[in-house]
Design a binder for this molecule. Structure first.
Ligand SMILES: N[C@@H](CCC(=O)N[C@@H](CS)C(=O)NCC(=O)O)C(=O)O
Length: 241
């Protein structure tokens, strides 16, 4: 059965940087479900109008159209009970919900001022004015003012990451011994960064760094082979990989 995911793209068709779309791609791979992606730009609202809303990811699974990354993950576990669960039971889903909210309200909030100018630079030209206008309305200032003082933003990120660092010092994945939907949610935020920015967010000694490398390698390198910047601190600058 053809499964199609509408997936945010930048200037190049294969620059896929949506944190929410990454969650879903990792979830589909976790469950061993085939899918194809359609590159989508912010201003192509008409292309997903059939979903009755204007955000990606949008998953078309046969007759079903499912939106919202969390709802898609839950849908996948319900629709495909014979595949590997994204979280084991109601309690694990409940814990993962906390991770989702931490990711969206703390981690992604800390990443935004580090990434917004890099996002702008990697967008398709037809999306740039929309991104600036919509994000400046949301943050209440210019992108330039919002992103000023990178060292302060990196220091804030370091503090926000402390619970994740402590968790991954004790266990290999956020979900415990193996990756779960909670890992895909957090990893989505790191892919948002890696696919459009050469900024090194993590110390190589950090357990979070080692976890991200494990996540990049999963499912034949689904995350790691995607167009983006190297996560390995380079002596010669952040080359794309
Ligand atoms: N709660 C949604 C959020 C999805 C979302 O915000 N997607 C962004 C791309 S990362 C989008 O489509 N933005 C369109 C726009 O800003 O117009 C989810 O989890 O899927």
């Amino acid at each position: 059965m053809a499964r199609t995911l509408y997936d945010l793209a930048g200037a190049e068709d294969d620059r896929r940087f949506s944190p929410y779309c990454w969650r879903v791609k990792m979830a589909l791979a976790h469950k061993g479900l085939d899918f194809q992606t359609v590159p989508w730009r912010f201003t192509e609202k008409e292309a997903i109008a059939f979903s009755s809303q204007g955000l990606v990811p949008v998953l078309v699974d046969g007759e079903r159209v499912v939106t919202d990354s969390w709802a898609i993950c839950q849908y996948l576990d319900n629709a495909y009970p014979d595949t590997a669960p994204l979280a084991e039971g109601a309690q694990a889903w409940a814990h993962a919900l906390f991770v989702k909210h931490w990711t969206e309200r703390s981690l992604q909030v800390a990443l935004a001022p580090i990434l917004y100018l890099d996002i702008l630079a990697h967008l398709h030209p037809k999306d740039r004015a929309y991104f600036r206008t919509s994000r400046e309305a949301r943050i209440g200032t210019t992108l330039e003012a919002f992103t000023a003082d990178p060292p302060a933003h990196l220091e804030r990120l370091r503090k926000v990451l402390e619970p994740l660092r402590a968790t991954l010092a004790a266990q290999p994945f956020v979900g415990g011994p193996s990756p779960s939907v909670a890992d895909y949610v957090v990893f989505g935020a790191f892919q948002w960064a890696r696919c459009i920015s050469s900024v090194q967010l993590l110390d190589a000694e950090s357990p979070v760094f080692a976890w991200r490398e494990r996540m990049l390698a999963l499912y034949g390198g689904l995350g790691g082979k995607a167009l983006g910047y190297s996560t390995i601190p380079a002596t010669s600058g952040g080359a794309s990989r």
